[in-house]
Ligand binder design. Structure first.
Ligand code: GTP
Ligand code: MN
Ligand code: MN
Length: 376
């Protein structure tokens, strides 16, 4: 409130990649509600609506203090009629009717349970729901053939739906580090994803691997995976070439070295630390049934040649909305195409190289935003 006792009117730039969004959120009830609506839209394969709600939430996350009345939001970008209605409801009633009833709906609950299975996306979940499958029990009883990812997802359902802590991310990092230096001394690993942005927990742990000498990283992923497997650290893994077509507005013609870029979706078997085994952790016979000394953790590994490292680092640090907004900024404001491999200038018809994230922001004409402020 200013001197006249009027509420402050906020001002926020249009693109999320122009804002500094830390984890210090002053409007968690509103952003939580908008994020749930976004999630529900994404689960219903209405991606356009999903993005609209994500953008609205990211505007509220950027505000320096809690919103108290609607007039404060006048002139803010990305707040559509629907989002404004939800915000108004929360300011007046403390919660949004629409969001509360959505959370109670059978469809939403079933979508959450089924897409909570690793390897199950919105399409598959929707198909199962239309067959009357709403729970894991019903899925098991249905006799549906599950693919390898989904089998692992069902088997490790509880572990994979429990957030990964920073301590667990560190423990995974030590294992990955050991694997990488064993198969290629001099290779480097970097923690990316939410943990690089300072989040205290996550749904997985993301790593980017490279070698300072261009080309030495070739074939690295399969060696790392073999090492991890031989040591018994992997419950599941699927390695794939990273298709350059992943980003819709990526350059049309990838450079020839693009196919070296590899990724691996995996599930690690992570030993629990002694204190995590529970008060009753004692001799095997006295432990409660089902108490196991390890947990399953989702881990994403990506290998990048050093020439693309800065782009890969920027692209795999997130948040997802921040990345999307960076690409939208590049296309709409700069006539450039950004991907996690490269930046192409459509006017100059050439790739712009970079060896650091700072340089990429510079090419894009954006102020540098550090990872801890990319929590859009
Ligand atoms: P939590 O894991 O939920 O804590 O959050 P997170 O931000 O780490 O999310 P996630 O692990 O899903 O993704 C991390 C980053 O990787 C995000 O910036 C994503 O945009 C990026 N990412 C995920 N999948 C892909 C992909 O297929 N291709 C590319 N280029 N990037 C991806
Ligand atoms: Mn992650
Ligand atoms: Mn990930």
């Amino acid at each position: 409130h200013n001197d006249e006792g009027e509420a402050v009117v906020f001002s926020v730039p249009s693109f999320a990649c122009q804002r500094r969004i830390t984890l210090d959120n002053h409007n968690t009830i509103i952003t939580g509600a908008l994020s749930l609506l976004a999630e529900n839209a994404e689960l219903s394969e209405e991606d356009g609506r999903g993005v609209a709600f994500r953008r609205a939430a990211a505007v509220l996350k950027a505000l320096p203090e809690p919103v108290t009345c609607m007039t404060q939001l006048r002139g803010l970008p990305c707040l559509g009629e629907h989002s404004l209605r939800v915000i108004k409801d929360i300011l007046e009633n403390g919660e949004s009717n629409e969001v509360e009833s959505m959370k109670q709906s059978e469809r939403y609950k079933a979508l959450k349970v089924l897409t909570g299975v690793f390897g199950v996306g919105a399409k598959t979940a929707d198909r199962w729901i239309r067959e009357g499958i709403h729970t894991l029990h019903q899925l098991r009883d249905s006799g549906h053939a599950l693919n390898r990812a989904q089998q692992a997802g069902v088997e490790h359902y509880d572990d994979l739906n429990q957030p990964v802590s920073m301590a667990e991310a560190d423990a995974v990092g030590e294992i990955v580090e050991k694997a990488v230096v064993s198969v290629l001394p001099g290779a480097q690993i970097t923690l990316t994803g939410g943990f690089r942005r300072g989040k205290p927990s996550g749904h997985d742990v993301d790593f980017l691997i490279t070698h300072p000498e261009e080309g030495r990283e070739e074939g690295l992923m399969s060696k790392v995976v073999s090492w991890l497997e031989s040591q018994g650290f992997l419950l599941y893994h699927k390695t794939s070439r990273n298709s350059y077509l992943e980003s819709a507005n990526g350059p049309a013609r990838p450079a020839s070295n693009m196919d070296r870029f590899e990724r691996c979706f995996s599930i690690f078997k992570l030993a629990k630390k002694y204190h995590e085994l529970g008060k009753d952790a004692g001799p095997e016979e006295t432990k409660p049934a089902g108490h196991k000394p390890w947990r399953a953790v989702r881990v994403d590994l990506v290998v990048s040649p050093i020439s693309q490292f800065a782009f890969a680092l920027l692209g795999w640090t997130g948040s997802k909305l921040f990345e999307r907004e960076l690409r939208r900024w590049a296309g709409q404001e700069k006539a450039m195409s950004l991907s996690s491999h490269a930046l192409f200038d459509n006017k100059q018809k050439r790739y712009l190289t970079a060896t650091s994230e700072e340089e990429i922001f510079g090419h894009l004409g954006l102020e540098f935003i550090p990872p801890s402020e990319r929590n859009a």
